[in-house]
Design a protein around this ligand. Structure first.
Ligand code: SAH
Length: 487
C-alpha cells in the first residue's frame, strides 16, 4: 500500500483538494499535524487509526525521526496511510524529509500538493501576492531563523533589494527583528506590510501598517501564531479587496443543534457568511422500518417534516408515481422543498410551521382517507384535527429522533448564539445541560413552537425567525448578530 503525503490546505476545510479529501475518506491510518481542523479529521472513516504527530503520550511532540519511522512502519504493514500536513507538504512542511525516508525504506508514496498558507492567507485578507504593475515576483521565506545569525540561510541583503512580494511564514515573535534586518539592509521603512493570523479560518485577523511599525502594530493587536507576514506594495491593495473579514457573520460563533444529517445546509450557509460554526447535534434520526405503502389506499397524504419525504418515498417502493392522483399536503416550505427533491410537488403547503395551520387549509375532509407521514414523537394536533373533521386517518411513523449529547457543551455555551430549528433539540440540549447553565444559552428560534420550548427550559430567547424555515433562521441571525457593514 501507498503512503500519501497530503496537503490539507491552510485551514478552511473547503480548501483541501478533491484528491486529498478522497484519500482522507479512504485512510486506514491518518497521521496529522497540529493545525489540522476537526472538520477534516471527521472525514476519516470509522475504524481509521488517528495519530496526532504533535502529541505523544508524554505530551511532547513526535520528533521528525519518529514521524518518519511511524510512516515507514504503517506503510510497510500495507495500510493506506495518509500523512495530512497543513498547507502544502513541501512548503516549510518537512514533506521532503518524509518522502526521502519513505523512498529510502522502499515504501511507495505519492505527494498530493495543497494550497499553501503563504498564498491563501494573504488571498483571504484581500492581498494578491502578485499584481500587474505592482509586484512581479514572490519570495516565500521562513521567519524562523534568527536574523543576524552568523551563517544565515537567508539573503537579507537580497530580500531588502527585492522589488517583489515577501511572505514570511512562522516567527511572528521575530517580526521586529525581521523588519529591522530588512530596513537595515536598505528596505524602505514605509513599505506596506500586513500580518494575517489564522488565515482562511473564522478567527482570521489581519493588521496592516508600514514595515517600520508592523511589529508594534501586530503586538498591540495581540497577533499570535499561526500567522503570515506580507511585505510589499501588494499589502496596500487590501483596502480595496478585503472580503473575508467583511462578511456579515465574520467573528461570530454560532452553535447549530440540528441532527448532523440535516444540519449541513445550515452549517454551510452560516460558514459562507463568515461564521465559526459549532456543530452540536443533540438529536439523530433513526428510520422505522415498516410494510410497503400504496398511494392508492389514500386520498390525501400529509407530510409534516423535511425528514419524511425521502423515507416516505422508500416506503412507496421508490416510485413517486404511487402518489399519482393523491393530494399531497406539506407543513412548511422546508418539507415542500424536500418533497420536490423526491419528485413530488405538494398540492398545498401550509404557510404556518405549526400543524394547526394545515387542518384549516385542507377544506372539507369528510370521509377522506388520510395518511399522515411523520416522526414517531410528533404532536397529534394534525391527526386529531383531521379526525374531528370527519377524515379516516392512518398515522405512519417513518422515523424517530433519538437524543445525542453534544460533544462539546462548553463550546455551545460559549457561542454568541445557538440556532434552534426544532423544539426537540431544545429539550435535548436542556437534558444534556441537566439544569446547569441554562441561562447562558442565547437562543434564536425557527418558530413559535420552538420558542415556547426555549422559554420553558430557561434559555434566553434572543430572537424568533420571522419566516419559519432555515432561510428565515439565517436571515434573523444575520439581522441580530451580523456586522453592520455597508454593502
Ligand atoms: N506547509 C505549510 C506551512 C507550515 S509552517 C503551508 O504550506 O502553509 C507553519 C507556518 O505556516 C505557520 O507558522 C504560519 O506562518 C503559516 N500558517 C499555517 N497556517 C496558517 C494560517 N491559517 N494562517 C496564517 N498562517 C498560517
Amino acid at each position: 500500500m501507498t503512503v500519501y503525503l497530503v496537503g490539507a490546505g491552510p485551514g478552511d476545510p473547503g480548501l483541501i483538494t478533491v484528491r486529498g479529501l478522497e484519500l482522507v475518506r479512504r485512510a486506514e491510518v491518518l497521521v496529522f499535524d497540529r493545525l489540522i481542523g476537526d472538520e477534516l479529521l471527521d472525514e476519516a472513516p470509522a475504524g481509521c487509526v488517528l495519530i496526532d504527530a504533535s502529541k505523544r503520550p508524554d505530551h511532547h511532540t513526535m520528533t521528525q525521526d519518529e514521524i518518519d519511522a511511524c510512516l515507514v512502519e504503517h506503510g510497510t504493514a500495507g495500510r493506506l496511510v495518509v500523512r495530512l500536513k497543513g498547507g502544502d507538504p513541501f512548503v516549510f512542511g518537512r514533506g521532503g524529509e518524509e518522502a526521502l525516508a519513505l523512498s529510502g525504506a522502499g515504501v511507495p508514496f505519492e505527494v498530493v500538493p495543497g494550497i499553501t498558507s503563504a498564498i491563501a492567507a494573504p488571498a483571504y485578507a484581500g492581498i494578491p501576492v502578485t499584481h500587474r504593475n505592482v509586484s512581479a515576483q514572490l519570495a516565500i521565506v521562513t521567519g524562523h531563523e534568527r536574523p543576524g545569525k552568523e551563517t544565515s540561510e537567508i539573503d537579507w541583503d537580497v530580500l531588502a533589494r527585492f522589488r517583489g512580494t515577501l511572505v514570511f511564514l512562522m516567527g511572528v515573535g521575530r517580526l521586529g527583528e525581521i523588519a529591522g534586518a530588512l530596513i537595515e539592509q536598505g528596505k524602505d521603512p514605509a513599505t506596506p506590510a500586513a500580518v494575517v493570523q489564522s488565515g482562511t479560518l473564522p478567527a482570521q485577523h489581519t493588521v496592516t501598517g508600514p514595515l517600520s511599525q508592523i511589529a508594534a502594530i501586530a503586538h498591540e493587536a495581540g497577533i499570535r501564531a499561526p500567522a503570515v507576514t506580507v511585505v510589499g506594495d501588494v499589502a496596500g491593495l487590501r483596502d480595496g479587496i478585503a472580503w473575508a473579514e467583511t462578511r456579515p457573520l465574520h467573528g461570530r460563533t454560532i452553535a447549530v443543534t440540528r441532527a448532523r444529517a440535516q444540519s449541513s445546509v445550515l452549517v454551510a450557509r452560516l460558514r459562507e457568511l463568515g461564521a465559526r460554526v459549532v456543530e452540536a447535534p443533540t438529536i439523530r434520526t433513526e428510520t422505522i422500518e415498516g410494510p410497503q405503502l400504496r398511494g392508492a389506499d389514500y386520498d390525501l397524504v400529509c407530510v409534516t417534516s423535511p425528514n419524511a419525504p425521502r423515507l416516505l418515498l422508500d416506503r412507496l417502493g421508490g416510485d413517486a408515481r404511487s402518489l399519482a392522483g393523491v393530494r399531497v399536503a406539506a407543513i412548511g416550505p422546508g418539507t415542500s422543498a424536500a418533497l420536490r427533491a423526491c419528485g413530488i410537488v405538494a398540492d398545498l403547503v401550509s404557510d404556518r410551521f405549526v400543524g394547526e395551520g394545515l387542518v384549516d387549509s385542507l377544506g372539507d375532509v369528510t370521509d377522506t382517507r388520510v395518511l399522515v407521514a411523520r416522526a414517531e414523537e410528533a404532536r397529534d394536533v394534525l391527526p386529531d384535527g383531521l379526525r374531528a373533521a370527519g377524515a379516516t386517518v392512518s398515522v405512519v411513523p417513518l422515523y424517530r429522533t433519538l437524543r445525542e449529547a453534544p460533544r462539546d457543551i462548553a463550546a455551545v455555551l460559549a457561542a454568541d448564539v445557538v440556532a434552534f430549528s426544532a423544539a426537540s433539540t431544545v429539550r435535548n440540549l436542556a437534558a444534556a445541560l441537566a439544569g446547569s447553565d441554562a441561562g447562558a444559552v442565547r437562543a434564536v428560534s425557527i418558530g413559535p413552537v420552538t420558542s415556547e420550548a426555549i422559554r420553558a427550559h430557561g434559555f434566553e430567547l434572543v430572537a424568533e425567525a420571522a419566516q419559519h424555515d432555515l432561510d428565515g433562521l439565517v436571515e434573523t441571525i444575520v439581522e441580530r448578530f451580523g456586522n453592520r457593514q455597508p454593502t
